[in-house]
Design a protein around this ligand. Structure first.
Ligand SMILES: [Ca+2]
Length: 222
């Protein structure tokens, strides 16, 4: 992080030098050095804002492991109910217990359709200008139609991603989970992430193993 020397007149103008830094092991993001002044300003910003909560799957119930549901059953939860740090925000969802069907991680998972399409949300602390990557495992309830289960991720109320999963050929023992992710650059001190089912009926998209990871901000050299 060496600042360009102001006393060497013949020195060439500083070049933007790429520096790659990991996104907590889940990918690599590119940061461009933009001078010590801006970096100092960002460091100062980080010191005056609250540190983000530990937004890993373990502390945020990203695996829907609590509360425990009686094994081989599921519990239908209406809007207003809590699932650990999650809140049911629309319709109804099914918290699926151990052994009912295959979970992507741990024992439990969440069908975003209970009696009808529903949604859950959780609010995480963030640092402004820091990029966050929300990862999740996606499958679909193979118990009935339609074959293609659709859903939506909203961040702070805005649509961040529409997703779909074709459950054709899947079974309770072989759910076929896929990993998906969506990224978001925070502009405030929190973000609310919502997962919603957008397909009618009782057989909806299934999510599990939700993680939130912070990445270094991308700085454009002006
Ligand atoms: Ca789980």
């Amino acid at each position: 992080m060496t600042a360009p020397s102001a006393t060497t007149e013949t020195r060439a103008a500083p070049r933007a030098e790429p520096v790659t830094t990991p996104c907590e092991g889940s990918g690599r993001w590119r940061q461009w050095r933009a001078g010590a002044g801006l970096l100092s300003a960002l460091a100062a910003l980080a010191t005056v804002t609250a540190a983000p909560a530990d937004a890993t799957s373990g502390s945020s119930n990203g695996g829907f492991e609590t509360p425990r549901v009686q094994p081989h059953t599921f519990q239908t939860l209406p809007a207003g109910r809590s699932i650990g740090a999650w809140t049911v925000t629309r319709g109804t969802v099914d918290l699926v217990g151990e052994g009912f069907w295959q979970a992507a991680n741990g024992a439990q998972s969440l069908d975003l359709n209970g009696d009808t399409s529903g949604a859950v949300s959780q609010t995480f602390s963030t640092l402004p200008l820091v990029k966050y990557e929300i990862g999740y495992k996606l499958a679909g309830n193979p118990g009935g139609p339609p074959a293609v289960k659709t859903g939506r991720v909203r961040i702070n109320g805005e649509v961040a991603r529409d997703f779909s999963f074709d459950a054709t050929g899947r079974s309770f023992a072989g759910m076929g989970y896929v990993h998906q992710k969506v990224s978001f650059v925070a502009t405030g001190l929190s973000m609310t992430v919502e997962f919603a089912g957008t397909v009618p009926g009782v057989f909806g998209p299934v999510i599990d193993d939700v993680t939130v990871k912070s990445c270094l901000v991308i700085i454009c050299h002006l």
